[in-house]
Design a protein around this ligand. Structure first.
Ligand code: MG
Length: 256
């Protein structure tokens, strides 16, 4: 039985919105490490992208939730199962031509194009294109066309979710599904989840305790019922400073 397992979003949560640094969270990362509390990264990134950060954070064998809950990264595993991705790409090609033509997925783009539209360095864009479970892309058509596109994909068992700039196609899993699966594997008694954006909401609500990390640059998360109940709280500080503030306070509250 693991007493506590921590799940965390990356961008705008553990990583600073501007410079992608987790330096301000280091005291809290050290405190988790010292107590042997698992830290499970939960991100929209691919396994190839998250592997780099997972290593620099010294997260050992802990799994991570990738592609927004569509997959689980297991360090050291050579599992390169991309069946879900292949199925999504095949479904796209079964759509009526005018709907298909209005969507440009990462699989339709070069690494250089993904670097250009995301602002990622080329090597990171190349890792972002190593997809196994979901397909982000740009919609170039009308709003009505997008509704038809979503409806047609739904008929093929694929969900298209709008997350700001990208429309992401998946089989509908969220970060909350990843949280439930890993919490069960680790036999967690309690779970703590931290996130800053609407795509974290399900995960925050699925955890024993959720923390909304302040992000003044994003759409933010509207007030959740858990806030009145005390199962969800908000940080005063943004990004990794807020992350450290919340994690240290919670560890302090739960000291043996
Ligand atoms: Mg985020």
């Amino acid at each position: 039985m693991t007493e506590l397992v921590v799940f965390s979003d990356l961008d705008g949560t553990l990583l600073d919105h501007e410079n992608y640094s987790y330096a301000a969270a280091q005291p809290a990362l050290d405190a988790l490490g010292a107590r042997g509390i698992p830290l499970i990264l939960a991100t929209s990134k691919t396994a190839a992208e998250v592997a780099v950060l997972h290593k620099s954070l010294n997260l050992g064998q802990w799994p991570a939730i990738v592609e927004n809950g569509a997959g689980i990264y297991r360090p050291g595993s050579k599992d390169a199962d991309d069946a879900a991705y292949t199925e999504i790409r095949a479904a796209l090609d079964r759509l009526p031509a005018e709907l298909r033509a209005a969507f440009t997925g990462f699989g339709d783009m070069t690494d250089a194009k993904v670097a250009q539209i995301t602002g990622l360095p080329l090597a990171s864009a190349q890792r972002a294109r190593q997809r196994q479970h979901s397909e982000p892309g740009l919609w170039h058509g009308s709003d009505a066309g997008r509704a038809s596109f979503q409806h047609a994909l739904a008929g093929l068992g694929i969900q298209a979710r709008s997350g700001g700039r990208f429309l992401t196609l998946s089989h509908g899993q969220t970060k909350a599904d990843g949280l439930r699966q890993i919490a069960a594997e680790l036999n967690a008694r309690r779970t703590l989840a931290l996130g800053d954006a609407p795509n974290d909401t399900d995960m925050l609500q699925a955890a024993s305790l959720g923390v909304i990390v302040r992000n003044d640059h994003g759409p933010g998360i509207p007030e959740l019922p858990g806030e009145a109940l005390g199962t969800i709280r908000r940080t005063a500080q943004p990004g990794p400073s807020g992350w450290a503030e919340a994690v240290l306070a919670i560890l302090n509250d739960t000291k043996d």
